[in-house]
Design a protein around this ligand. Structure first.
Ligand SMILES: NC(=O)c1ccc[n+]([C@@H]2O[C@H](COP(=O)([O-])OP(=O)(O)OC[C@H]3O[C@@H](n4cnc5c(N)ncnc54)[C@H](O)[C@@H]3O)[C@@H](O)[C@H]2O)c1
Length: 416
């Protein structure tokens, strides 16, 4: 019986020990489980906090990133110039063209046209009367080059065509330094003809109706030899252009240089000089500023005015033609200076300018009208732009220039 009791007691202890172990293990598991849950909760909380911070950062950073992108874009576009459309020409059609005096009034319009045709254009100018502003819209374009150079000095450059326009063109400008005017038209033209000969380029000379002087025939055709005073105040220009023509034909005959000679009559349009002292600019500026419109002499002397785009058409047609003798380019619609003053007065709105007369200038030609039958027949060219259209464009240009010059004037400082 004792044995039985012991026997009964032994498994009871083991059982109790087992139960204790199971309970302890359960407690440990439950404790660990609880600690794990706490950690998970903490981790989730941390993740939430990080997520919130990220969101806040994103909210702050996104607008900054967008602003930076905007700034990058605007910097890109402000430094990147937008050029007028230029077509791509195949090499066989694309010409390398030099325009001397290309920063001037006529030259800059010629630059625009030739660039827009897709040619490679080099401008050579000493900026005596020309302005960088006239061609600045092309600066940096791969087809364009601007060289600050005086044609009185030799120039070496590879080109196919030369439009030789470099010369002061209005009386106050060419009379300002008559010796320089003579040098530009003589030595300058000699240099350009020498260049044309070396590189086998064709040269077009921008000559002038002034080679006819104060003409005795009317209208003036290309066979008329002219009536020029060789020692008068205009001689530096008139005789300068006559020797330039003579040089062209000497190079043509002796050296086989291909030459084209355009005898240009009065031309007007935007980019004319404000202070060139010519009829169109004088009258328009006077009318715009309500100053008297001054006519030199009686006003019965005549002029014919062509719009600059017509001249550019004519120059390009002549250059690409096979006409090597001189050709008049001008508008035969003739007006007396008095009529012209009245047209301007009527076109400039609200002007209060009276028309007045002052003493005539020396050697002022009395009649000027081109005979353009040769250009019509051989170049199929004649002016297209009506006087009224051209006048309106030019008035708009001068109004803008006047407004700009007023804006640029410094404000007077009050004196205490
Ligand atoms: N505008 C007209 O009504 C008219 C009439 C007849 C002839 N032309 C001729 O057409 C050409 C252009 O005339 P424009 O009205 O455009 O005159 P412009 O004065 O506006 O242009 C002449 C250009 O030649 C440049 N130049 C002058 N001397 C130079 C030199 N030594 N070296 C380099 N560049 C020089 C000037 O800086 C200017 O850019 C001139 O040869 C002129 O004689 C013009």
């Amino acid at each position: 019986m004792k044995f039985n009791v012991i026997a009964l007691k032994m498994p009871g202890r083991k059982f109790k020990l087992g139960v204790i172990l199971v309970i302890a293990a359960t407690i440990m598991i439950v404790c660990c489980w609880g600690a794990g849950e706490d950690k998970e909760e903490e981790r989730l909380k941390k993740e939430d906090v990080i997520f919130d911070i990220r969101n806040e950062l994103d909210e702050a950073v996104i607008p900054i990133e967008q602003r930076l992108l905007q700034l990058e874009k605007s910097a890109y576009f402000s430094t990147r110039k937008i050029y007028p459309d230029v077509p791509f020409l195949m090499e066989k059609d694309r010409k390398r063209i030099l325009i001397t005096g290309g920063a001037g009034f006529v030259g800059s319009h010629l630059v625009d046209r030739l660039m827009k045709e897709g040619h490679e254009v080099t401008v050579v100018d000493n900026f005596f009367t020309g302005r960088k502003r006239n061609v600045e819209h092309w600066v940096g374009h791969e087809n364009f080059e601007l060289i600050n150079h005086d044609v009185v000095e030799p120039l070496l450059i590879e080109v196919d065509q030369i439009y030789h326009l470099a010369s002061p063109a209005s009386p106050p400008h060419y009379m300002y330094n008559p010796i320089k005017t003579i040098k530009t038209n003589s030595i300058g033209t000699l240099n350009m003809l020498g260049l044309a000969k070396r590189v086998r380029a064709r040269l077009l000379l921008a000559s002038t109706s002034e080679v006819y002087g104060d003409p005795e025939v009317h209208p003036q055709n290309e066979d008329y030899w002219g009536h020029v005073n060789p020692i008068g105040p205009r001689a530096c220009y008139d005789e300068g252009k006559r020797i330039a023509e003579a040089m062209c034909y000497a190079y043509h005959k002796q050296e086989n240089v291909e030459v084209r000679v355009a005898r240009i009559f009065n031309t007007f349009g935007p980019r004319m000089h404000m202070n060139d002292g010519r009829v169109v600019s004088n009258f328009i500026l006077q009318a715009l500023q309500n100053e008297p419109i001054t006519i030199f002499g009686t006003g019965t002397q005549t002029r014919s005015f062509q719009y600059v785009s017509d001249l550019v058409d004519g120059l390009i047609s002549l250059m690409n033609s096979n006409v090597s003798s001189p050709v008049n380019l001008g508008n035969p619609e003739e007006h007396t200076i008095q009529e012209f003053a009245e047209i301007i007065k009527a076109t400039v709105s609200n002007t209060k300018s009276p028309i007045t007369h002052v003493a005539a200038t020396e050697d002022d030609p009395q009649r000027r009208k081109p005979d353009i039958r040769k250009a019509k027949k051989l170049l199929n060219w004649e002016p297209q732009v009506p006087l009224s259209v051209g006048i309106n464009q030019t008035i708009a240009y001068f109004s803008e220039e006047l407004a700009n010059s007023h804006r640029r004037k410094p404000k007077p400082v009050p004196v205490s």
